[in-house]
Design a protein around this ligand. Structure first.
Ligand code: NDP
Length: 243
């Protein structure tokens, strides 16, 4: 464990699988008391067994459920808005339902949970840190990712406004922007070698990200080592965005 989060309480959304699960494991190993929000009860049970985290089952696409879950988490110092979905459709075939569902989970839930956590911190006069898990797709257009790219562009902008408004209250807000990461979502979107090969060729480090790569960047931004870092979008992309 490279960071010391002992005495800190952390809330992680979308914690059941992939990147969120790895973030819970890393923050727990670094001494944080973690509260995990996700959808699937089986995922949450096994995660609690592995890490000793507290768990809350909720569907963050539902605005009221998102607020209630965040309130149920109690007073937290550190928040990771990681929950996200990707519904692949060509631009011409993108449905309003898929677009709205993607915004609800990827952007609106981050806002709602962020509001609850920030109000709590401000009310207690405590300092805190928030990391939103965005994507390289916030700043490039990927085929079949219209709803997703739009949501991540919006999440970057939400991050900037949160940083500007919450910074004066001692709450730092940043984002990480991973490239293709080897998770269930990554396999769904990029499992076909015809899609993954050209993407891989554009990553100077020559590999996709592991969940651990993303979790380490999140931990840095949450930590006191990033004490003057506020409002940044940190690529975790092996150099993809520098091409
Ligand atoms: P996964 O789909 O592998 O895991 C996402 C987790 O979030 C699952 O446990 C899922 O639960 C949960 N979740 C999804 N929707 C909801 C919801 N409405 N309410 C509560 N929990 C929910 O995704 P990744 O780990 O790959 O992605 C994590 C984040 O990283 C996302 O924001 C994603 O956009 C971002 N990202 C991913 C990249 C990749 O290539 N994988 C690249 C760049 C960014 P369940 O399984 O029950 O649906």
């Amino acid at each position: 464990a490279h960071f010391d989060f002992s005495g800190r309480r952390a809330l992680v959304t979308g914690a059941g699988k992939g990147i969120g699960r790895e973030i819970v494991a890393l923050l727990s190993a670094c001494g944080a008391q973690v509260v995990a929000i996700s959808r699937d009860a089986g995922d949450l049970d096994s995660l609690r067994g592995e890490t000793g985290c507290e768990v809350i089952a909720a569907d963050l696409a539902d605005a009221n459920a998102a607020r209630q879950a965040a309130e149920q988490a109690g007073p937290v110092d550190l928040l990771v808005n990681n929950a996200g979905i990707s519904i692949l459709q060509s631009f011409l075939d993108t449905t309003p339902e898929a677009f709205d569902q993607t915004q609800a989970v990827n952007v609106r839930a981050a806002m709602i949970v962020g509001q609850v956590v920030a109000r709590g911190l401000i009310g207690r006069g405590a300092a805190g840190a928030i990391v939103n898990v965005s994507s390289q797709s916030s700043s490039v257009g990927l085929p079949n990712h219209a709803a997703y790219c739009a949501s991540k562009g919006a999440l970057d902008q939400l991050t900037r406004v949160m940083a500007v408004e919450l910074g004066p209250q001692g709450i730092r807000v940043n984002a990480v922007n991973p490239t293709v990461t080897l998770t269930p979502m990554g396999a769904m979107a990029w499992g076909d070698p015809a899609k993954s090969a050209p993407m891989l060729a554009r990553i100077p480090l020559g590999r996709f990200a592991q969940p651990r790569d993303v979790a380490q960047a999140v931990a840095y931004l949450l930590s006191d080592a990033a004490g003057m870092v506020n409002g940044v979008m940190l690529p975790v992309d092996g150099g993809f965005l520098s091409n």
